[in-house]
Design a protein around this ligand. Structure first.
Ligand SMILES: Cc1ncc(COP(=O)(O)O)c(C=O)c1O
Length: 491
């Protein structure tokens, strides 16, 4: 019976209980707020369409910076890059496409010169913007700091990337990979000399240096790079036309470059010398957005690059497919001795890119369908204007059956090989320059200066300016008689 005493104790305990209860409520509220509004949740709600990003912590700052830069408005005529030159506010500003200027690239320069010189594959930029989330790569500060990549056997190459590249070739059907060794390099440009070295007689051998040759018009870097490294093993031998008869008896001592489809004229070429001369086939453009794929390529030594199929030229990544183990080993030694293997950061980025390409093949977002659509539209539009001209003409290309699309597809070359038809225009580069079009002269490809190359690979803005200037050039032609029907359009 001590109710009074008990009641007194309860009365004394009540404030303590209330304090405990409110502390607990407060703590719960703090935990709940932390859970609901922590930065990763806010980011996920804004950034990835509602997908979960639980557990994100150290990537957030980098992700915010990347998204902030990507969100800057350059009026659709420029880009901001994370490593762009910082302005007064400490932030990188818009880098405008050619013929656009101003802080936000909204100022169009009228009557601007069209620059159709370089093979910069920026026509694919809109594709990757559409796939911003899937193609973003996070590189940690400690990602593959070692010289060694994946293991003892493939010390400098990502085993997984090699596996995905093999899958891509099989899925596209543009190369036989099962009996080939894969050698990575810093762009296929590095493979030019790596493969010439690998196929040349040993420096100590009694045989004379190999002659490196190509059929004109050819990609000029075969010549400039071979000449740069000219030495005991090999030297530049000029065009195949010089040797085709001489080599009829013996093709010993030659290494022939073949580009298929060719840069600059987009034709599928075969070796010319034949016999025992080793051939390096450059398949930079042997992908369904640039050409039909009649069959998987299966030459002994093939070069590929990521620059043209995905458009990531700046990442500098190429690979060779080589049948013979010893040739592959020599090519690999070259890459090892010059750069210790392709950049591991690049290999990581390429892994993500190849996986997305694979995931979308034959779907709504197929990169080759996208690329083919852009390139064939450009080719069709250019042809429509040039077909009215008697002054310039283009290479003829016909629709062909493509094993990848499983249908006849319209041509979609990366380059237009322009011929100046008028007697006075014997320097076609100069003739077009006067019309405010920068091209790459046929002389650079060891062809006649009557020809010049237009790149069709650049941005939409570049292509639109090119169309304006070509249209001006053609409209300025003035004849008494209408053009003959021989200039009919060949798609
Ligand atoms: C035929 C050909 N081979 C090789 C290359 C070099 O490509 P990469 O960017 O991989 O060095 C190019 C680039 O334009 C090319 O046109």
């Amino acid at each position: 019976m001590e109710p009074a005493a008990g009641g007194g104790q309860q009365a004394r305990r009540r404030p303590a209980l209330l304090a405990l209860l409110s502390t607990s409520l407060l703590l719960n509220a703090v935990f709940l707020a932390h859970h609901l509004f922590r930065p990763s949740r806010v980011l996920s709600a804004v950034g990835d369409g509602g997908g979960s990003s639980c557990g994100l912590s150290w990537t957030l700052q980098a992700a915010r910076e990347a998204e902030a830069v990507a969100a800057v408005d350059c009026s659709g005529h420029g880009q901001v890059f994370l490593d762009g030159v910082a302005g007064e506010d400490g932030r990188p500003g818009c880098e405008c496409n050619a013929c656009f200027a101003g802080r936000d690239c909204s100022l169009h320069t009228p009557n601007c010169t069209a620059d159709a010189d370089s093979g910069n594959p920026l026509f694919l930029e809109p594709y990757w913007r559409r796939h911003a989330a899937a193609s973003a790569v996070v590189i940690s500060g400690w990602h593959r700091m070692s010289y060694i990549a994946t293991g003892i056997e493939k010390m400098f190459q990502s085993v997984e990337l090699e596996r995905q590249i093999r899958r891509l070739h099989r899925a596209v059907g543009n190369a036989v990979v099962d009996d080939k060794h894969v050698v990575f390099a810093a762009g296929s440009i590095q493979l030019i000399n790596a493969l010439v070295h690998a196929l040349s007689p040993d420096a100590n051998a009694a045989s004379p240096p190999a002659r490196v040759v190509a059929t004109a018009p050819y990609y000029p870097i075969y010549r400039t790079q071979t000449k740069m490294f000219d030495g005991r093993e090999y030297r530049w031998g000029g065009t195949t036309a010089l040797w085709v008869n001489a080599s009829r008896n013996s093709t010993d001592g030659f290494i022939e470059f073949v580009t298929s489809p060719n840069n600059p004229d987009a034709q599928l070429y075969e070796p010319v010398l034949g016999g025992s001369a080793p051939v390096i086939v450059d398949h930079a453009y042997y992908w369904p957005h640039f050409t039909h794929i009649p069959a998987p390529a299966d030459e002994d030594v093939m070069m590929f690059t990521m620059s043209k199929p995905s458009g990531h030229a700046g990442s500098r990544f190429g690979w060779a497919l080589i049948r013979d183990e010893n040739v592959a080993k020599r090519a690999n030694d070259y890459v090892q001795n010059s750069i210790m293997g392709a950049s591991r950061d690049t290999q990581l980025r390429m892994l993500g890119i190849v996986k997305i390409m694979l995931a979308n093949l034959h779907g709504k977002e197929d990169i080759f369908a996208f690329g083919h659509d852009v390139m064939r539209t450009r080719w069709r539009r250019l042809n429509a204007v040039v077909s009215r001209s008697r002054r310039i003409s283009l290479q003829r290309m016909a629709p062909e059956y493509c094993t990848y699309f499983k249908r006849i597809r319209e041509p979609s070359p990366g380059y237009a090989w322009v011929k100046c038809e008028m007697e006075e225009d014997d320097d076609c580069y100069e003739a077009l320059l006067k019309a405010k079009i920068i091209t790459r002269s046929g002389a650079r490809f060891e062809a006649s200066s009557r020809y010049t190359r237009l790149s069709l690979l650049k941005t939409d803005d570049d292509f639109e300016v090119l169309m304006e200037r070509v249209t001006d050039l053609v409209n300025a032609e003035n004849y008494d008689e209408p053009a003959s029907s021989s200039t009919t359009l060949v798609m």
